[in-house]
Design a binder for this molecule. Structure first.
Ligand code: FE2
Length: 296
């Protein structure tokens, strides 16, 4: 069992800084209210993430729960996403896919029009839906957020291994104390085919979340432990997740959230940050462009 004491320093307190943890930061009371565990309704007509993700996964959106039965995909259309490809390969004996082809396919995936449609809608969702959930409610002006880009997409097949062991995000490098986590399942999730998360740091009240598509979770993944288990159901799980920091609390010089690049909402769209590289100096994050407008 990992130590799960909270390293976030509430107003008027101090703490030593353990390895891999964010430096002490004074956080306002409203922020603690923002990151409480809650389930939020998603407007799926305005933000149809199930269809958008299915599109770039190259799976019919009504088949997301049954990706493991996609052997009908023709030989000429090898799936781009690694897990979908794994299901496709498992359904055949040949051909095996070379690492060269994998790299080419991955490059093709991120430059595809389907993927661009998805991330454009993600940016709009962050600005219009997520930012208001992460800001000081007493403020009369729209506040901006720094957010993970791109979001993490997870695909778990029936009989699939756990994707994460029990942890808090602060156990890993490059996380910030003022992060708020979001988990948005694109399939109904339940029992072993879901996320287990405690509702408060150290509380230990783990339950598999039972959510339907059209709901998403806001939670304190920085300090609350969470994990998944072996999927013993006959249903695939597809989800996206991401982390957000209110701009007024962000440590922007870090220009990273975990392993991901970051962007920030702006009055008329978003701006991307430059990510440091150990070997070659600053370089732009993949997929990001400086100062862009969001297309509705
Ligand atoms: Fe996590």
């Amino acid at each position: 069992m990992q130590n799960h004491s909270c390293n976030v320093v509430k107003e008027g307190t101090t703490s030593n800084e353990p390895q891999h943890q964010s430096p002490p930061l004074r956080l306002p009371t409203w922020f603690y209210q923002c990151k409480t565990f809650s389930i939020v309704e998603l407007d799926t007509s305005r933000f149809p993430f199930r269809e958008l993700v299915a599109d770039w996964l190259e799976v019919s959106s009504d088949k997301l729960e049954k990706i493991h039965t996609i052997s009908s995909i023709p030989e000429s259309r090898i799936p781009l996403h690694p897990t979908i490809r794994q299901a496709w390969v498992a359904s055949k004996t040949e051909p095996k896919i070379s690492s060269t082809m994998r790299r080419a396919k991955k490059k093709g995936l991120f430059s595809s029009p389907q993927y661009k449609r998805y991330v454009d809608k993600y940016r709009l969702f962050l600005k219009e839906v997520i930012a208001p959930l992460c800001c000081d409610p007493s403020s009369s002006t729209q506040q901006n957020i720094v957010y993970q880009y791109p979001p993490t997409t997870r695909v778990v097949l029936p009989n699939g291994n756990k994707t994460i062991s029990m942890h808090c995000d602060r156990d890993y490098p490059n996380h910030q104390a003022a992060e708020i986590n979001f988990w948005l399942p694109l399939t109904n999730v339940f029992e072993s085919n879901s996320l287990f998360v405690e509702s408060e740091p150290g509380k230990g009240d783990f339950q598999p979340l039972k959510l339907r598509y059209g709901q998403f979770l806001k939670f304190d993944g920085h300090d609350c432990r969470h994990y998944t288990v072996h999927n013993e159901t006959q249903t695939c799980r597809v989800s996206i997740d991401f982390r957000v920091v209110p701009s007024c609390l962000a440590q922007k010089e870090r220009s990273q959230i975990g392993d991901f690049c970051v962007e920030e909402t702006t009055e008329d769209g978003y701006k991307a940050f430059w990510s440091p590289s150990k070997n070659s100096g600053p370089k732009p994050c993949s997929q990001s462009v400086q100062h862009k407008h969001i297309h509705h």
